[in-house]
Design a protein around this ligand. Structure first.
Ligand code: ZN
Length: 315
């Protein structure tokens, strides 16, 4: 076949022999063949290289994964062990708290306090099988243990907060009661001695006339300790006409006690004294026939019969 091109400008036609071009093409192909083969073998070589490095990477990756998995397992084991230890510790704390509750309850009962305000037997919501670590099934996951532990810790915190408040209230009540007990006028004003004169009408030992005795007398040996019958503040410590050396204590709630005819004083005005504290020694100062303590109890300024206070039971 012959193709004849007839360009307008060129007068003669251009003839292309196809058989010739086929030859040319084949020749060109032949010349290019080494390059093509070279490229192809390079491609195969490089892709095989790539494959080899990929396999190597995969191996490395798998090894790394295995290492990581072992690490995770180890960590999980360690965390699990630690959690178990902590769970046991929390359970121990809960047990101790329960013993404290029992103690608080006992104190409330012994002190005969109104337990309506603080009830140690009423426990904040605690418990469940997670209380004792030994009961944990082995299969329980670390996460389950963790959340159980968190729950236990939360309950423990609530329990402690609650008990803290209750114990503070108990302390306040006991302190108030202690103050009441301490300032409660009761008992004898001497450690040794006997009552030698009672309250009220009597024959005056000096004049021999009927008179009114505003206290009671405790006779004893000179130097015997004179003690405060209740805690209070020293409002007088010195001489007073008729009384000799006298100590006066104010106990609050309108109560005042007086201890007269003392030999020596061991307190000064403004001192705070405790119940049973030695405030003076027995003497015979003032209008006195011998060593004794003249003891008065005043309520709102009125002399009361001290015997009612001496022999009354403590709160
Ligand atoms: Zn007297």
């Amino acid at each position: 076949m012959k193709l004849i091109f007839l360009p307008r400008r060129v007068s003669q036609s251009l003839t292309l022999d196809t058989s010739k071009s086929t030859h040319q093409f084949m020749l060109m192909g032949f010349l290019l063949l080494p390059f093509v083969l070279g490229g192809l073998s390079f491609w195969i070589y490089s892709s095989s290289l790539k494959q080899a490095s990929e396999t190597q990477l995969m191996d490395q990756w798998q090894q790394e994964l295995a290492r990581q998995a072992a690490n995770v397992e180890q960590t999980q084991q360690r965390v699990g062990d630690e959690l178990s230890a902590m769970t046991a510790k929390v359970a121990e704390l809960q047990a101790r708290l329960m013993r404290l509750d029992a103690l608080g309850e006992q104190v409330t009962q012994v002190a005969q306090l109104d337990n309506g305000e603080f009830d140690f037997s009423r426990r904040p919501a605690v418990g469940g099988p997670e209380l004792v670590s030994d009961t944990y099934p082995v299969a329980l996951s670390v996460l389950d243990k963790h959340s159980s532990l968190q729950l236990m810790l939360g309950q423990l915190v609530t329990h402690i907060d609650n008990r803290e408040q209750q114990l503070a209230m108990l302390d306040k009540q006991l302190a108030a009661r202690d103050t009441r007990m301490q300032t409660f006028v009761a008992g004898k004003p001497v450690t040794k001695g006997w009552m030698s004169s009672s309250f009220g009408r009597r024959t005056d030992p000096f004049s021999g006339k009927q008179s009114w005795h505003e206290g009671v007398d405790f006779a004893g040996n000179a130097g015997v300790e004179v003690i405060a019958v209740a805690s209070g503040v020293v409002t007088h410590s010195g001489r007073k006409s008729g009384y000799g050396n006298i100590v006066e204590l104010n106990h609050g709630n309108g109560y005042v006690t007086r201890y007269a005819h003392n030999d020596t004083h061991q307190v000064s005005i403004g001192d705070i004294v405790e119940k049973g504290q030695v405030i003076a020694t027995m003497g015979s100062s003032g209008r006195s026939t011998g060593p004794h303590v003249h003891f008065e109890v005043l309520k709102n300024g009125q002399p009361m019969n001290p015997e009612r206070y001496i022999y009354r039971a403590s709160l």
